[in-house]
Design a protein. Structure first.
Length: 218
């Protein structure tokens, strides 16, 4: 008889345990309610303030060049800044400082325009823009002068380090078809005859037949 009753008893006990377990789970008022993960909350980013500051830095370049303000380059460029020129060569901060201090760069007119800032977070942003250079000249190390007039597009990457914005990477290219890159009715600057670069470090290596550096970011 036990062998016939055991399965029934077993199932009854099992059912009670299951039901009891379900009831306890539903009535457990001592269990702490899930709390929101405050660390995953979206940080507050002052986009307008970041855009304003980075545009100010970019638009200050003509003054930096004119006044030979090497201190501005020293302040804004990161020591490990990576610069890629249109010809594929790589430059850096040391050459930028040298060219600004020596006054190797000059221009009748130098305009930084079409600035567009993409803020990634509180400590990083990317900015694109256009440089319009008229009567631009660069003095090479051998005393020759190279014409750097023309228009150029650039993309700069900034990172905030120790509370200060630093340029950490930059790439630029000459605008070949200037008319197509400007808005209707806008005056077009002369198109560079050769492949110019955008920072003085390449200019130092260029021959008179090439158009070298155009815009180190201050």
């Amino acid at each position: 008889m036990r062998t016939k009753k055991f399965p029934g008893i077993f199932l009854s006990v099992f059912a009670l345990v299951v039901l009891s377990g379900c009831q306890r789970a539903g009535d457990d008022t001592n269990r702490a309610a899930p709390t929101a993960n405050t660390n995953s909350a979206r940080e507050t980013v002052d986009t307008a303030a970041i855009e304003s500051e980075l545009k100010r830095i970019e638009q200050d370049w003509p003054r930096v060049m004119k006044e030979k303000d090497a201190a501005a380059v020293q302040r804004v460029e990161a020591d490990d800044v990576m610069v890629i020129y249109p010809d594929g060569s790589i430059g850096g901060k040391a050459q930028d400082l040298k060219d600004i201090e020596s006054g190797a760069l000059s221009a009748d007119s130098w305009e930084v325009t079409d600035l567009n800032v993409t803020v990634l977070d509180n400590d990083s942003a990317v900015i694109s823009g256009r440089s319009v250079v008229k009567g631009g000249k660069y003095k090479t190390s051998d005393g020759k002068t190279v014409d750097i007039s023309g228009q150029y597009r650039f993309i700069d990457t900034f990172a905030r380090r120790n509370g200060e914005w630093k340029l950490v990477a930059s790439v630029s290219t000459p605008i070949r078809d200037v008319g197509a890159s400007t808005s209707p009715g806008a005056a077009a600057s002369p198109t560079p005859r050769t492949s110019p670069t955008v920072r003085p470090s390449t200019a130092a290596k260029a021959s008179p037949a090439t158009s070298p550096a155009v815009r180190p970011t201050p």
